[in-house]
Design a protein around this ligand. Structure first.
Ligand code: ATP
Ligand code: MG
Length: 479
């Protein structure tokens, strides 16, 4: 199991009037912020306080390709290699999270991480047909503390709130639709279908503000392609576009949008608490506090390679929010996950192995029978012929026919069959007895109770040889 640090990148939204307090050192991958603080009463006495935040990379342009190459490409390659991966965008409202993840849907050149990741995965599927790559996609949103499928198969009158469960150490959403997709176009069709259903509303800082956290997932299965090593890897890529934190005074929202904003802020603060607990190494991490933290459990500390892209405004007006996003990023930067290649048993290969093993075990038994001088015994399923021969023998045995005082035991399958046939005989006898009683009058219970004491269904003598019993196969056991 490889422990890997969560990678954290910063994307600053291009601005016509960037804050003079922000200084980016691209060579050192650091951002320095000179904070002006007002001290005490009287005339303001500003002084400089410098804060430096290191990142894995800092991007200040609108170039979507650069973002994919620097921040996302490696995770997508890892997913193709069998690891789980998560890419998250985080930041204040309007800072560019959806632009980074989805991109500009009207300009192909400005497509975001999702379409580029889809393109890369299908390019691999086409280039390596021997790997038999299969892809499924799902798309969900966490809206007002409920999980909703953005790809419902049937239009439902009211959306169904789904449940996140832990399965085999990984978070699974019960009932979430996973669509099988053969081509890049099909995958994008589902992505755009989900985009149409996600919750969006305008406010003062963003005309298309996401009112929910969205997760587009690609499930990738891949065969090793080698005849000698029939391995299958099964991995998933979560592309998470979080809703942005917002100060209600700035976004000037009311009614439903205000309620949504409060729940978004609350869920983001639970996310911060979970990250804080992980960073501090606290025994209990409150993942279950919200749907979002439950969903992100693997990404924050489980079997996953994770990348966080913090989006931030560069203007003075938003400096406080930018600093708090940078602080959050620093905590995430020290989180460690333990990603493994997810190998899955190949069903066809496993079946072939079992068939081979069964055949070898049969040969082993045949050899043992030959060495112990037993006649050749079949370990195959009992045929109808063998079954009726056994039935006849049981009838003769129960009727105490001369010379039939035992039933030789051959193998386990035959013993099982004998039990069934004895039961069958007992039921039939009981039926006959009941009929007799009816014919002669009198209560069947009285007779049956009486008969249980009188009728000895085991006609063997009291001194019957105990060695001749079921299970003693090595000694030519008999009933
Ligand atoms: N780096 C960027 N380059 C060019 N345009 C950008 C960039 N970042 C954001 N924008 C533009 O800013 C607007 C708001 O961006 P976006 O919707 O991505 O914000 P957001 O962080 O998702 O906000 P919210 O949290 O409200 O959903 C969009 O019109 C987007 O095109
Ligand atoms: Mg958004």
């Amino acid at each position: 199991m490889g422990h890997c640090r969560v990678k954290v990148h910063l994307r600053l939204r291009p601005s016509c009037r960037p804050s003079t307090a922000i200084h980016v050192d691209h060579a050192a991958h650091t951002i320095r912020i000179d904070v002006l603080k007002q001290h005490g009463g009287g005339p303001p006495k500003p002084y400089n306080d410098q804060m430096v935040f290191p990142f894995d990379s800092i991007i200040q342009s609108s170039c979507q390709e650069a973002v994919f190459e620097q921040c996302a490409r490696q995770v997508v390659e890892d997913v193709l290699g069998g690891y789980n991966g998560t890419i998250l965008t985080y930041g204040q409202t309007g800072s560019g999270k959806t632009f980074t993840m989805t991109g500009d849907t009207k300009a192909y050149a400005h497509r975001g991480i999702v379409p580029r990741a889809v393109e890369r995965i299908f390019a691999e599927k086409v280039a390596k047909p021997e790997a038999g790559i299969t892809v499924h996609v799902s798309y969900l949103e966490v809206y007002n503390e409920g999980i909703y499928d953005l790809l419902p198969q049937r239009r439902l009158a009211s959306a169904v709130n789904l449940v996140a469960m832990e399965d085999n150490g990984l978070i699974e959403i019960k009932g979430l639709n996973k669509m099988h997709v053969n081509t890049e176009e099909e995958a994008m069709k589902y992505f755009f279908e989900g985009e149409r259903h996600r919750s969006v509303a305008p406010h003062a800082l963003n005309q298309m503000s996401s009112r929910s956290h969205c997760v587009f997932t690609m499930f990738v299965e891949r065969h090793s392609g080698l005849r000698t090593l029939q391995e299958v890897t099964s991995s998933k890529l979560n592309l998470v576009d979080l809703a942005g934190s917002e100060r209600l005074k700035r976004t000037e929202v009311g009614g439903t949008t205000k309620k949504e904003a409060m729940l978004i802020n609350k869920s983001l603060s639970f996310l911060e608490q979970a990250v804080f607990a992980l960073r501090q190494g606290l025994g209990h991490v409150p993942f279950r506090q919200s749907r979002l933290t439950t969903l992100l459990k693997d990404a924050l500390g489980g079997n996953c390679k994770t990348v966080l892209i913090v989006c931030a405004w560069a203007e003075d007006f938003f400096l406080d929010e930018t600093i708090s996003a940078l602080r959050f990023a620093q905590r995430v930067k020290y989180l460690k996950t333990s990603a493994v290649i997810n190998k899955k048993a190949d069903a066809a290969n496993t079946q072939r192995r079992y068939v081979r093993e069964i055949s070898e075990l049969k040969q082993e038994l045949a050899l043992r029978d030959a060495l112990t001088g037993r006649p050749s015994i079949s370990y195959d399923e009992l045929t109808e012929e063998t079954r009726s021969a056994l039935r006849e023998r049981i009838q003769a045995f129960l009727a105490e026919e001369a010379g039939i005082d035992s039933i030789p035991i051959e193998n386990f399958k035959q013993v099982k069959e004998l039990f069934c046939l004895f039961k069958e005989a007992q039921v039939s006898l009981r039926g006959e007895l009941e009929k007799l009683l009816r014919d002669y009058g009198g209560g069947p219970d009285t007779f049956l109770n009486h008969s249980q004491h009188d009728v000895d269904i085991n006609p063997g003598s009291e001194e019957a040889d105990d060695e001749e019993c079921v299970g003693e196969l090595d000694k030519e056991a008999c009933f």
